[in-house]
Design a protein around this ligand. Structure first.
Ligand code: FES
Ligand SMILES: [Fe+2]
Length: 370
Protein backbone atom coordinates (compact mmCIF):
# COMPACT_ATOMS: atom_id res chain seq x y z
CA UNK A 1 0.00 0.00 0.00
CA UNK A 2 1.41 3.41 -0.88
CA UNK A 3 1.36 6.07 1.76
CA UNK A 4 -0.51 9.30 1.19
CA UNK A 5 -0.10 12.36 3.36
CA UNK A 6 -2.75 14.92 2.53
CA UNK A 7 -4.13 17.48 4.93
CA UNK A 8 -7.67 17.15 6.30
CA UNK A 9 -9.96 19.97 7.35
CA UNK A 10 -9.95 20.08 11.15
CA UNK A 11 -13.35 21.59 11.84
CA UNK A 12 -14.60 21.64 15.43
CA UNK A 13 -18.18 22.67 14.61
CA UNK A 14 -21.23 20.42 14.73
CA UNK A 15 -24.33 20.36 12.50
CA UNK A 16 -27.60 21.38 14.19
CA UNK A 17 -29.99 19.72 11.76
CA UNK A 18 -29.37 16.28 13.21
CA UNK A 19 -30.68 13.87 15.85
CA UNK A 20 -28.32 13.64 18.82
CA UNK A 21 -28.73 11.41 21.84
CA UNK A 22 -29.49 13.45 24.96
CA UNK A 23 -29.80 10.52 27.38
CA UNK A 24 -30.32 6.79 27.82
CA UNK A 25 -34.03 5.96 28.12
CA UNK A 26 -33.72 5.02 31.80
CA UNK A 27 -32.02 8.28 32.75
CA UNK A 28 -35.13 10.37 32.14
CA UNK A 29 -38.21 9.87 34.33
CA UNK A 30 -41.54 11.56 35.05
CA UNK A 31 -40.58 12.44 38.61
CA UNK A 32 -37.38 14.41 38.10
CA UNK A 33 -35.94 16.94 35.63
CA UNK A 34 -32.36 16.44 34.48
CA UNK A 35 -30.03 18.89 32.83
CA UNK A 36 -28.05 17.90 29.74
CA UNK A 37 -26.18 20.07 27.29
CA UNK A 38 -26.46 19.04 23.64
CA UNK A 39 -24.69 21.03 20.93
CA UNK A 40 -24.03 23.88 23.35
CA UNK A 41 -27.71 24.15 24.29
CA UNK A 42 -28.56 23.34 27.95
CA UNK A 43 -31.74 21.28 28.05
CA UNK A 44 -34.20 20.36 30.80
CA UNK A 45 -35.28 16.75 30.18
CA UNK A 46 -38.17 14.89 31.80
CA UNK A 47 -41.16 12.70 30.99
CA UNK A 48 -44.81 13.60 31.21
CA UNK A 49 -47.03 11.57 33.55
CA UNK A 50 -47.89 9.30 30.62
CA UNK A 51 -44.19 8.69 29.88
CA UNK A 52 -43.64 10.95 26.87
CA UNK A 53 -40.13 12.52 26.86
CA UNK A 54 -39.85 16.34 26.79
CA UNK A 55 -36.86 18.59 26.03
CA UNK A 56 -37.19 22.26 27.01
CA UNK A 57 -34.48 24.91 26.96
CA UNK A 58 -33.04 24.90 30.46
CA UNK A 59 -33.62 28.61 31.08
CA UNK A 60 -36.85 30.20 32.31
CA UNK A 61 -38.49 32.86 30.12
CA UNK A 62 -38.58 35.30 33.09
CA UNK A 63 -35.02 35.59 34.39
CA UNK A 64 -33.40 32.48 32.93
CA UNK A 65 -33.26 30.35 36.09
CA UNK A 66 -32.58 26.72 35.07
CA UNK A 67 -35.86 24.82 34.83
CA UNK A 68 -33.99 21.61 35.64
CA UNK A 69 -33.75 22.94 39.22
CA UNK A 70 -37.54 23.21 39.34
CA UNK A 71 -40.39 20.75 39.89
CA UNK A 72 -42.53 18.50 37.72
CA UNK A 73 -46.15 19.70 37.80
CA UNK A 74 -49.60 19.38 36.18
CA UNK A 75 -49.21 16.14 34.24
CA UNK A 76 -46.88 17.42 31.53
CA UNK A 77 -45.23 20.58 32.85
CA UNK A 78 -42.55 22.09 35.02
CA UNK A 79 -42.44 24.91 37.53
CA UNK A 80 -39.53 27.32 37.65
CA UNK A 81 -37.62 27.10 40.95
CA UNK A 82 -37.20 30.88 41.24
CA UNK A 83 -40.56 32.73 41.02
CA UNK A 84 -42.85 29.83 40.20
CA UNK A 85 -43.80 30.30 36.53
CA UNK A 86 -45.19 27.09 35.06
CA UNK A 87 -44.58 25.83 31.52
CA UNK A 88 -46.26 22.93 29.73
CA UNK A 89 -44.49 20.36 27.53
CA UNK A 90 -44.82 22.66 24.49
CA UNK A 91 -42.91 25.31 26.45
CA UNK A 92 -45.94 27.60 26.83
CA UNK A 93 -46.35 29.44 30.13
CA UNK A 94 -49.50 28.28 31.95
CA UNK A 95 -49.16 30.16 35.23
CA UNK A 96 -47.68 33.46 36.43
CA UNK A 97 -47.71 34.34 40.11
CA UNK A 98 -49.83 37.36 41.13
CA UNK A 99 -51.18 37.80 37.58
CA UNK A 100 -54.50 36.91 36.03
CA UNK A 101 -53.43 37.27 32.43
CA UNK A 102 -50.52 35.42 30.96
CA UNK A 103 -48.29 37.20 28.53
CA UNK A 104 -48.80 35.20 25.29
CA UNK A 105 -45.14 35.53 24.36
CA UNK A 106 -44.09 33.80 27.59
CA UNK A 107 -42.54 30.64 26.20
CA UNK A 108 -39.39 28.59 26.43
CA UNK A 109 -38.18 26.66 23.37
CA UNK A 110 -39.39 23.05 23.25
CA UNK A 111 -37.37 20.73 21.02
CA UNK A 112 -38.41 17.60 19.08
CA UNK A 113 -37.44 14.50 21.06
CA UNK A 114 -37.90 10.85 20.06
CA UNK A 115 -37.35 7.66 22.05
CA UNK A 116 -35.74 4.96 19.92
CA UNK A 117 -33.20 2.14 20.38
CA UNK A 118 -33.01 2.79 24.16
CA UNK A 119 -31.94 6.38 23.60
CA UNK A 120 -33.69 9.77 23.66
CA UNK A 121 -32.79 11.70 20.49
CA UNK A 122 -33.22 15.47 20.29
CA UNK A 123 -33.22 17.84 17.31
CA UNK A 124 -31.96 21.37 17.94
CA UNK A 125 -32.05 22.70 14.38
CA UNK A 126 -34.90 23.64 12.06
CA UNK A 127 -37.90 21.67 13.44
CA UNK A 128 -39.65 21.64 10.05
CA UNK A 129 -37.04 19.18 8.75
CA UNK A 130 -36.82 17.00 11.89
CA UNK A 131 -37.74 13.62 10.39
CA UNK A 132 -37.53 10.69 12.86
CA UNK A 133 -36.87 8.42 9.86
CA UNK A 134 -33.33 9.83 9.80
CA UNK A 135 -32.51 8.45 13.26
CA UNK A 136 -29.75 5.88 12.65
CA UNK A 137 -30.63 2.20 12.63
CA UNK A 138 -29.43 0.73 15.93
CA UNK A 139 -32.05 -2.01 16.16
CA UNK A 140 -29.65 -4.39 17.94
CA UNK A 141 -30.10 -2.16 21.00
CA UNK A 142 -33.68 -3.28 21.65
CA UNK A 143 -34.29 -6.36 19.50
CA UNK A 144 -35.27 -9.62 21.21
CA UNK A 145 -32.62 -11.32 19.09
CA UNK A 146 -29.80 -9.33 20.63
CA UNK A 147 -28.58 -8.83 24.20
CA UNK A 148 -26.14 -6.31 25.61
CA UNK A 149 -25.64 -3.11 27.48
CA UNK A 150 -23.55 0.03 27.50
CA UNK A 151 -22.70 3.31 29.16
CA UNK A 152 -22.28 7.01 28.62
CA UNK A 153 -18.88 8.68 28.89
CA UNK A 154 -18.22 12.41 29.01
CA UNK A 155 -15.08 13.05 27.01
CA UNK A 156 -13.18 16.35 26.97
CA UNK A 157 -12.58 16.15 23.24
CA UNK A 158 -14.39 17.29 20.09
CA UNK A 159 -16.92 14.70 18.86
CA UNK A 160 -15.13 14.25 15.56
CA UNK A 161 -12.01 13.00 17.33
CA UNK A 162 -14.12 10.09 18.63
CA UNK A 163 -15.42 9.46 15.10
CA UNK A 164 -11.85 9.42 13.75
CA UNK A 165 -10.93 6.97 16.49
CA UNK A 166 -13.74 4.55 15.62
CA UNK A 167 -13.30 4.79 11.86
CA UNK A 168 -9.66 3.71 12.11
CA UNK A 169 -9.32 0.68 14.35
CA UNK A 170 -5.64 0.14 13.55
CA UNK A 171 -5.10 2.13 16.74
CA UNK A 172 -6.20 -0.99 18.64
CA UNK A 173 -2.73 -2.44 18.09
CA UNK A 174 -1.15 0.44 20.01
CA UNK A 175 -3.83 1.69 22.41
CA UNK A 176 -5.52 -1.64 23.24
CA UNK A 177 -2.71 -4.21 23.27
CA UNK A 178 -3.76 -7.10 25.53
CA UNK A 179 -7.51 -6.97 24.82
CA UNK A 180 -8.47 -6.39 21.20
CA UNK A 181 -5.22 -5.14 19.66
CA UNK A 182 -3.04 -7.20 17.34
CA UNK A 183 -0.48 -6.53 14.61
CA UNK A 184 -2.67 -8.06 11.89
CA UNK A 185 -4.96 -5.01 12.11
CA UNK A 186 -2.54 -2.69 10.41
CA UNK A 187 -1.11 -5.42 8.20
CA UNK A 188 -4.50 -6.23 6.64
CA UNK A 189 -6.10 -4.43 3.75
CA UNK A 190 -9.50 -2.79 4.00
CA UNK A 191 -12.25 -1.58 1.73
CA UNK A 192 -14.21 1.66 1.97
CA UNK A 193 -17.57 2.32 0.35
CA UNK A 194 -19.63 5.44 0.77
CA UNK A 195 -23.06 6.84 0.17
CA UNK A 196 -24.49 10.30 0.65
CA UNK A 197 -24.77 10.09 4.44
CA UNK A 198 -22.83 6.95 5.30
CA UNK A 199 -19.41 5.35 5.02
CA UNK A 200 -18.60 1.65 5.45
CA UNK A 201 -15.13 0.31 6.09
CA UNK A 202 -14.54 -3.47 6.07
CA UNK A 203 -11.47 -5.36 7.16
CA UNK A 204 -10.88 -9.14 7.29
CA UNK A 205 -7.98 -10.88 9.02
CA UNK A 206 -7.81 -14.55 8.10
CA UNK A 207 -6.35 -17.49 9.96
CA UNK A 208 -5.06 -15.56 12.95
CA UNK A 209 -5.11 -15.94 16.74
CA UNK A 210 -8.17 -14.30 18.28
CA UNK A 211 -7.28 -11.37 20.55
CA UNK A 212 -8.04 -12.09 24.26
CA UNK A 213 -11.40 -10.23 24.43
CA UNK A 214 -12.88 -12.04 21.42
CA UNK A 215 -11.30 -15.39 22.37
CA UNK A 216 -13.14 -15.14 25.71
CA UNK A 217 -16.43 -14.19 24.03
CA UNK A 218 -16.07 -17.19 21.72
CA UNK A 219 -16.20 -19.45 24.81
CA UNK A 220 -19.76 -18.28 25.56
CA UNK A 221 -20.99 -19.94 22.36
CA UNK A 222 -18.32 -22.60 21.75
CA UNK A 223 -16.96 -23.68 25.15
CA UNK A 224 -13.47 -25.13 24.85
CA UNK A 225 -12.78 -23.71 21.39
CA UNK A 226 -9.08 -23.29 20.64
CA UNK A 227 -7.57 -22.58 17.28
CA UNK A 228 -7.17 -20.05 14.54
CA UNK A 229 -9.97 -17.70 13.57
CA UNK A 230 -11.07 -15.42 10.78
CA UNK A 231 -11.70 -11.98 12.29
CA UNK A 232 -13.79 -9.18 10.82
CA UNK A 233 -14.55 -5.51 11.52
CA UNK A 234 -17.24 -3.85 9.43
CA UNK A 235 -17.52 -0.23 10.53
CA UNK A 236 -20.59 1.70 9.43
CA UNK A 237 -20.74 5.45 9.93
CA UNK A 238 -24.05 7.26 9.64
CA UNK A 239 -24.07 11.06 9.63
CA UNK A 240 -23.44 12.99 11.62
CA UNK A 241 -22.16 10.94 14.55
CA UNK A 242 -23.26 7.32 14.80
CA UNK A 243 -20.95 4.35 14.17
CA UNK A 244 -22.13 0.74 14.44
CA UNK A 245 -19.35 -1.82 14.24
CA UNK A 246 -20.03 -5.42 13.27
CA UNK A 247 -17.14 -7.34 14.83
CA UNK A 248 -16.53 -11.02 15.35
CA UNK A 249 -14.44 -14.10 14.90
CA UNK A 250 -15.25 -17.49 13.39
CA UNK A 251 -13.32 -20.74 13.29
CA UNK A 252 -10.80 -20.23 10.48
CA UNK A 253 -11.80 -21.48 7.07
CA UNK A 254 -15.47 -22.16 7.88
CA UNK A 255 -16.83 -19.62 5.38
CA UNK A 256 -17.33 -16.46 7.41
CA UNK A 257 -15.96 -14.13 4.70
CA UNK A 258 -18.44 -15.72 2.26
CA UNK A 259 -21.32 -15.12 4.70
CA UNK A 260 -21.52 -18.29 6.79
CA UNK A 261 -20.95 -17.13 10.36
CA UNK A 262 -22.47 -20.22 12.00
CA UNK A 263 -19.06 -21.25 13.44
CA UNK A 264 -18.43 -17.81 14.88
CA UNK A 265 -19.67 -15.08 17.17
CA UNK A 266 -21.14 -11.75 16.16
CA UNK A 267 -20.80 -8.70 18.40
CA UNK A 268 -22.14 -5.29 17.44
CA UNK A 269 -20.46 -2.30 19.05
CA UNK A 270 -22.94 0.57 18.90
CA UNK A 271 -21.62 4.13 19.27
CA UNK A 272 -23.29 7.48 18.99
CA UNK A 273 -21.52 10.68 19.90
CA UNK A 274 -23.24 13.89 20.99
CA UNK A 275 -21.36 17.18 20.73
CA UNK A 276 -21.58 19.08 24.02
CA UNK A 277 -19.23 21.98 23.27
CA UNK A 278 -16.61 22.29 20.54
CA UNK A 279 -14.17 20.64 22.96
CA UNK A 280 -16.31 18.05 24.68
CA UNK A 281 -18.83 15.36 23.85
CA UNK A 282 -21.03 12.70 25.39
CA UNK A 283 -20.15 9.29 24.07
CA UNK A 284 -22.97 6.71 24.28
CA UNK A 285 -22.03 3.12 23.50
CA UNK A 286 -23.13 -0.47 23.96
CA UNK A 287 -21.91 -3.92 22.99
CA UNK A 288 -24.48 -6.48 21.88
CA UNK A 289 -24.44 -10.17 20.87
CA UNK A 290 -26.91 -12.53 19.18
CA UNK A 291 -26.08 -15.74 21.12
CA UNK A 292 -26.17 -16.76 24.81
CA UNK A 293 -28.97 -14.21 25.12
CA UNK A 294 -29.92 -15.05 28.71
CA UNK A 295 -26.33 -15.09 30.00
CA UNK A 296 -26.29 -11.95 32.16
CA UNK A 297 -22.67 -12.63 33.17
CA UNK A 298 -21.67 -12.25 29.51
CA UNK A 299 -23.54 -8.93 29.28
CA UNK A 300 -21.73 -7.58 32.35
CA UNK A 301 -18.31 -8.97 31.42
CA UNK A 302 -18.50 -7.59 27.86
CA UNK A 303 -19.74 -4.18 29.04
CA UNK A 304 -16.94 -3.92 31.61
CA UNK A 305 -14.37 -5.14 29.07
CA UNK A 306 -15.36 -2.51 26.54
CA UNK A 307 -15.52 0.16 29.28
CA UNK A 308 -11.85 -0.58 30.10
CA UNK A 309 -10.93 -0.38 26.41
CA UNK A 310 -12.79 2.92 25.97
CA UNK A 311 -11.08 4.45 29.00
CA UNK A 312 -7.82 3.93 27.10
CA UNK A 313 -9.35 5.73 24.13
CA UNK A 314 -10.58 8.53 26.37
CA UNK A 315 -7.08 9.14 27.77
CA UNK A 316 -5.74 9.39 24.22
CA UNK A 317 -8.56 11.63 22.95
CA UNK A 318 -8.28 14.09 25.85
CA UNK A 319 -4.52 14.31 25.38
CA UNK A 320 -5.05 14.80 21.64
CA UNK A 321 -7.57 17.63 22.23
CA UNK A 322 -5.13 19.35 24.60
CA UNK A 323 -2.37 19.12 21.99
CA UNK A 324 -4.74 20.53 19.35
CA UNK A 325 -5.60 23.45 21.65
CA UNK A 326 -1.92 24.11 22.30
CA UNK A 327 -1.15 24.09 18.56
CA UNK A 328 -4.18 25.71 16.94
CA UNK A 329 -2.46 26.41 13.62
CA UNK A 330 -1.27 22.87 13.04
CA UNK A 331 -2.95 20.87 10.28
CA UNK A 332 -4.23 17.29 10.35
CA UNK A 333 -2.43 15.00 7.94
CA UNK A 334 -4.12 11.91 6.61
CA UNK A 335 -2.70 8.49 5.87
CA UNK A 336 -4.29 5.59 4.04
CA UNK A 337 -5.68 4.34 7.35
CA UNK A 338 -7.69 7.58 7.66
CA UNK A 339 -9.76 6.94 4.54
CA UNK A 340 -12.96 6.11 6.47
CA UNK A 341 -12.62 8.99 8.92
CA UNK A 342 -11.81 11.41 6.12
CA UNK A 343 -15.03 10.59 4.28
CA UNK A 344 -17.00 10.96 7.51
CA UNK A 345 -15.42 14.39 8.05
CA UNK A 346 -16.37 15.40 4.52
CA UNK A 347 -20.01 14.46 5.15
CA UNK A 348 -20.06 16.53 8.36
CA UNK A 349 -18.42 19.42 6.51
CA UNK A 350 -21.10 19.23 3.81
CA UNK A 351 -23.89 19.27 6.41
CA UNK A 352 -22.31 22.36 7.98
CA UNK A 353 -22.07 24.05 4.58
CA UNK A 354 -25.75 23.29 3.88
CA UNK A 355 -26.67 24.90 7.20
CA UNK A 356 -24.52 27.95 6.47
CA UNK A 357 -26.26 28.31 3.10
CA UNK A 358 -29.69 27.94 4.71
CA UNK A 359 -28.75 30.49 7.39
CA UNK A 360 -28.98 33.09 4.64
CA UNK A 361 -32.75 32.49 4.80
CA UNK A 362 -33.38 31.77 8.48
CA UNK A 363 -31.50 31.00 11.66
CA UNK A 364 -32.44 27.37 12.54
CA UNK A 365 -32.13 27.90 16.30
CA UNK A 366 -34.33 30.99 16.32
CA UNK A 367 -36.96 29.24 14.21
CA UNK A 368 -37.49 26.63 16.90
CA UNK A 369 -38.22 29.37 19.41
CA UNK A 370 -41.26 30.69 17.54
S1 FES B 1 -36.76 33.09 36.68
FE1 FES B 1 -38.32 31.65 36.41
S2 FES B 1 -40.02 32.50 37.36
FE2 FES B 1 -38.49 33.99 37.59
FE1 LIG C 1 -10.17 2.33 20.71
Amino acid sequence: MTTVASTTKKTMEHPLNAWYVAAWDHEVTSTAIISRTVAERPLALYRTDDGRPVALADACWHRLAPLSMGKRVDGDGVQCPYHGLKFNSAGRCTFMPAQETINPSAMVPSFPIVERHRFLWVWLGDPTVADPASIPDMHQMDSAEWAGDGLRIEVDANFQLVLDNLMDLTHEEFVHAGSIGQAELSESDFEVTREERSVTLSRWMLNIDAPPFLARNMQDKFPGFRGKVDRWQIIRYEAPSTICIDVGVAEAGTGAPEGDRSRGIENYVMNTITPVTSKSCAYYWAITRNYALDMQSATTRMREGVARVFRQDEDMLVAQQQAIDANPDYEFYSLNIDAGGMWARRIVERMLQDERNAAGHADPVRMSEK
